[in-house]
Design a protein around this ligand. Structure first.
Ligand SMILES: NC(=O)c1ccc[n+]([C@@H]2O[C@H](COP(=O)([O-])OP(=O)(O)OC[C@H]3O[C@@H](n4cnc5c(N)ncnc54)[C@H](OP(=O)(O)O)[C@@H]3O)[C@@H](O)[C@H]2O)c1
Length: 187
C-alpha cells in the first residue's frame, strides 16, 4: 500500500506563491535541493494540479549537460523517471513522457491507486493537495518553511480542513529553511 504525500516549499506565513504569483524566494540552495532529491527519489507517481504541472514540466526539456549543477541534474533524472497524472479540465495534451491527464479528481480512483502502487505517490499544487486532504487521502506532509513572510498569496494548506498531525521528523538547514515532516492522523 503506497502513501500519498503532500510536499510544499512555503513561506513562514504559509504561502506557496506570493500575491504576484512569484515563488522565487523559495528557490532551494544546494543543501535543500539535495534533501528534496532524496525525498523524491522513491516516488513512483506524481499527481499534479494543472498549474503545478505547468511549472514542473520545465524539467522535461532542461539541459542535463555537465554545465548544470549536480543537484539539478539529479532532480531532472528523478523527475523524468516518475509517472505523472495531471488533473485539468482545460489541458489538452501533456508535454512530457509518462504523463496522462485526468478530467476529475476521483477519491475512489486515488484509493485504488494507493492500494495497487508499490511506490509512494505525491500530490502537488496547493489546490489539488487541498482537495486530497479534504477527502482524507493524504497520509504525510513535508513542509519546507522558508524564513520569509510574504503577506499573502496562495495558501499552502486548505481552509475548512481540520486534521490532527503527528510530527515525524524535523531538520534545519544552513539557509534558515526548516523541514517539518508530519503524519496525518485523522480528522
Ligand atoms: N512553493 C512551492 O513548493 C511551489 C513550487 C513550484 C510551483 N509553485 C506554484 O504554486 C502554485 C500552485 O497553484 P495552485 O495550488 O493554484 O494550483 P494546482 O493545484 O497545481 O492547479 C490548479 C488546477 O488544477 C486543476 N484541478 C484542480 N482540482 C481539480 C479537479 N478536482 N478536477 C480536475 N482538475 C482539477 C485545475 O486545472 P484547470 O484550470 O486546467 O481545469 C485547477 O485550475 C503554482 O503557481 C505553482 O507554479 C509552488
Amino acid at each position: 500500500m503506497a502513501k500519498l504525500i503532500y510536499s510544499a516549499i512555503t513561506s513562514l506565513d504559509g504561502y506557496v506563491e506570493d500575491k504576484q504569483g512569484k515563488f522565487d524566494w523559495g528557490t532551494p540552495d544546494d543543501e535543500v535541493f539535495a534533501f528534496v532529491n532524496d525525498l523524491e527519489r522513491p516516488i513512483g507517481t506524481h499527481l499534479y494540479g494543472r498549474r503545478m504541472y505547468e511549472t514542473m514540466v520545465f524539467w522535461e526539456t532542461v539541459s542535463t549537460g555537465s554545465d548544470q549543477p549536480a543537484v539539478t541534474r539529479d532532480y531532472t533524472e528523478i523527475w523524468r523517471a516518475a509517472e505523472k497524472i495531471v488533473y485539468s479540465r482545460t489541458l489538452q495534451t501533456p508535454s512530457s513522457e509518462r504523463t496522462r491527464i485526468e478530467r476529475d479528481f476521483d477519491p475512489a480512483a486515488i484509493r485504488r491507486l494507493k492500494e495497487s502502487s508499490a511506490r509512494d505517490i505525491t500530490v502537488a499544487g496547493a489546490e489539488l493537495a487541498g482537495e486530497a486532504m479534504a477527502a482524507g487521502l493524504v497520509d504525510e506532509c513535508h513542509l519546507l518553511l522558508v524564513p520569509i513572510i510574504v503577506g499573502g498569496g496562495k495558501r499552502a494548506l486548505p481552509d475548512d480542513v481540520r486534521v490532527q498531525l503527528e510530527l515525524l521528523a524535523e531538520r534545519r538547514f544552513r539557509s534558515g529553511v526548516v523541514h517539518l515532516h508530519y503524519g496525518l492522523r485523522g480528522f
